[in-house]
Design a protein around this ligand. Structure first.
Ligand code: NAD
Length: 378
């Protein structure tokens, strides 16, 4: 079979779904690989590098989609891309079926088989090597700190210099899931004093192990909502949490927010009043911007200054580190394709008896198979 990788068409998207090192491995698995000319350019992978790894370079999207049995992508396909897809073809991609019902129907009408990488059952330890949500969140958390450092007018680490003593920056991280933990580790490595809070008490030890201090809300309620995810908290908890966050906002130089609740808008944790209480020159990076934001003053996709505080609402953090995130994503997809091609004969087999594969197969031969039944062991 031929695996094809088109150039991403979503505005500002710099990532690409495979990289030359992975092309070599796909070829070893018996596949032919085609890459659209310029697909890797924004992530610093040239057509020549793909060619040297064994890929064929096709001139445009139409020829790429027409030639491919299996297409690998990063962003969900646009309507124009679905139109180019081969009838009965396979697509491996982020899909977000709950948010994209029209897309699901368009793909089903193409008799496609679609593996949505965002639907991987993440609690299966066997699935971790394919977990692109985790690798993407890790890159984004790192980049959030780099964006904050870039917008902040001082050092992160404390220094004693001939020109005077410089205090370390204080970073507060709201939400310590995958992205939050990456941000905590990165900020601590840069020498900042890092504090973090999450509604799930179980993350306190992970925060500490990365060099942060866990700050608890003074209210007895645990936020675990099942499957490692958070739930919506009670009014009482939210009031106590606001009080604590108001204190942290006054003290922090940088706030990074990552709080999400599956299927719900992002909880509003940083009020306009808290922003106003921050020191001039402080920075907020709102990683929940795309889901409505954790801060009341966030403008999704933009960096704005409000009350002297820079509020960064970029929704393309992983794409801003395109080479790294593409490499990790490509490796996650390689691990998935290895599972689909155990015979190493260049043919992908979608085995619906396999829990991990069943979970992420959202359309099989034109039939919508999402949502998957719950895992037995979950
Ligand atoms: P996420 O992106 O859905 O949410 C980010 C964080 O925000 C979570 O830690 C959540 O608890 C927190 N949060 C939600 N509401 C909040 C509020 N009001 N105040 C403060 N914090 C709030 O989460 P994620 O990063 O995708 O990770 C969710 C969980 O899944 C984690 O426990 C992670 O370790 C787990 N996970 C497990 C696996 C696996 O088992 N293989 C893989 C990936 C992630």
């Amino acid at each position: 079979q031929r695996i094809g990788v088109p150039k991403e068409t979503f505005p500002l998207e710099k990532r690409v779904a495979t990289v030359p090192d992975v092309v070599e491995k796909l070829v070893k698995l018996g596949f032919q690989v085609a890459v659209e000319s310029g697909a890797g350019e924004a992530a610093n992978f040239s057509d020549d590098a793909y060619r040297a790894a064994g890929a064929e370079i096709l001139p445009d999207a139409a020829s790429l989609w027409a030639a491919s049995d299996i297409v690998l992508k990063v962003r969900p396909p646009s309507e124009a891309e679905v139109a180019l897809m081969r009838e009965g073809g396979t697509l491996i991609d982020f899909i977000w079926p709950a948010q994209n019902p029209t897309l699901m129907h368009q793909l089903a009408a193409k008799k496609a088989t679609v593996l949505a990488i965002d639907c991987l059952p993440r609690t299966l330890s066997r699935a971790q090597k394919m977990d692109a949500l985790t690798s993407t969140a890790g890159v984004s958390g790192y980049r959030a700190v780099i964006e904050a450092a870039n917008a902040f007018g001082r050092y992160f680490n404390g220094q004693i210099t001939a020109a005077g003593k410089v205090p370390p920056a204080k970073v507060f991280v709201a939400g310590a899931g995958v992205a939050g933990l990456a941000a905590i580790g990165t900020a601590a490595n840069l020498g900042a004093i890092v504090r973090a809070n999450d509604t799930r008490a179980e993350v306190a030890d992970q925060v500490k192990s990365l060099g942060g201090e866990f700050v608890k809300v003074d209210y007895e309620e645990d936020g675990s909502g099942g499957g490692g995810y958070a739930k919506v908290m009670s009014e009482g908890f939210q009031a106590a949490q606001r009080q604590m966050y108001a204190q942290q906002a006054k003290d922090a130089d940088i706030i990074i927010t990552t709080a999400l609740i599956p299927g719900k808008p992002a909880p509003k944790l940083i009020t306009a009043e808290m922003v106003q209480s921050m020191k001039p020159g402080s920075v907020i990076v709102d990683m929940a911007a795309e889901q409505g934001g954790n801060c009341e003053l966030t403008v999704p996709g933009e960096a704005v200054v409000r009350h002297g505080v820079t509020i960064i609402g970029y929704t393309d953090l992983a794409s801003r580190l395109a080479k790294q995130s593409s490499t990790l994503y490509a490796t996650n997809l390689l691990r998935l394709i290895e599972e689909l091609c155990k015979a190493k004969d260049g043919v992908a087999v979608v085995n619906m008896e396999d829990d991990a594969i069943r979970g992420l197969t959202v359309i099989k031969d034109g039939e919508i198979t999402w949502p998957a039944p719950p895992l037995k062991q979950a």
